[in-house]
Design a protein around this ligand. Structure first.
Ligand code: FES
Length: 63
């Protein structure tokens, strides 16, 4: 997925920022929510962001 794609429209948070939050230790949606402020308004981004987190965590575990 394009790193510049905006996954949370309410905050303008991009795919790349989600990846970075995982690299910095975020492991769950709530971790990333606390770091970036995503999912605090309409919450429609939650499912996609959760999937992205899962996939980045798997990538890290494979390294
Ligand atoms: S799109 Fe993320 S809180 Fe609205």
């Amino acid at each position: 997925m394009n790193r510049n794609y905006v996954v949370c429209e309410c905050t303008g948070t991009t795919v790349g920022q989600i990846e970075q939050a995982v690299q910095q230790g975020g492991r769950t949606f709530d971790d990333v929510k606390a770091r970036l402020g995503v999912g605090k308004q309409c919450i429609k981004c939650k499912d996609l962001i959760s999937l992205l987190i899962e996939s980045y965590v798997e990538d890290l575990e494979e390294e």
